[in-house]
Design a binder for this molecule. Sequence first.
Ligand code: NDP
Length: 283
Amino acid sequence: MTKRFAVIGNPIEHSKSPQIHQAFAHQFGISLEYNKRLADISEDGFEQAVQALIKEGYSGANVTVPFKFKAFELCVRDSNDGTISHSAISDYAKSAGAVNTLTFSGDKISGDNTDGVGLVTDIQRNLNVSLAQKNVLLMGAGGAAYGVVLPLLTAGAKLTVANRTHEKAVKLAQAFSANTFAQVTAVEYAKLATFDIVINATSTGLTDDLPEGISANNFAQGALAYDMMYGRQTKFKTLAESSNKNIKFADGLGMLVEQAAEAFYIWHGVRPDTTPVIQQLRA
Ligand code: NDP
């Protein structure tokens, strides 16, 4: 039987998820339908989109901007009219307070967050850079940053967070240090030392700005500069490339494909080969 999946967002036209999931499915001879769903940004728009998918017999959905927090809410309570009941939520989704992967079973809905696993897999497996005991700077304290903290800590990173609005970095560090096995340190940009790995989880790639506060001084010799943004020459990339510290740069395309692979595993129980899919998207 052909199972049906969707990605829900607003806007949604740009999404590469259908292409990625179809490429994975092809590797296993799995037949699936994977559609884009534009949800209304009104108060109930996301919930209505999910209700429609369940009614139409869909098996699951990915969730993208701006609905990951709404998806989390829906996974920890029943729907407003009682037609959807929540069942389970993963630890990664709980720690992020955000969900990017929904699984439907009858009227039950469960939530996961695969963004952080996607990032960690891209860094460790695809880029061959170990996170264990590395000094890692996470720039930004928005949704993307929250989503990757627990998987980074689980991989053994020594994590510092810095954000333009420092209070938000402090809040993030406190939230994780209180609930997890490892400390997260919040430091103001002006007081930052140098790091083995610098992850740009700010939205500056979208606005073509250099993240306020970062400079070449914050990269150790041979550091990895990882930009969650992909598909354009960001100012963060230019900064990394123009420093003469032998910096290795990576964009977020690998993270995108790896988070999709983790969602694919949740839904189908098999792990796709991501390398040819990343290559195909780069081409
Ligand atoms: P949010 O809007 O939730 O957070 C934005 C963050 O960027 C805030 O911490 C904000 O700081 C900071 N920021 C914005 N402008 C500047 C600036 N000029 N200088 C310094 N900091 C700045 O966005 P998200 O967390 O949802 O997304 C962040 C990025 O991650 C996006 O580019 C998104 O595309 C990417 N992403 C990529 C994924 C992938 O698979 N590759 C997956 C998920 C996200 P402040 O608090 O001070 O406003």
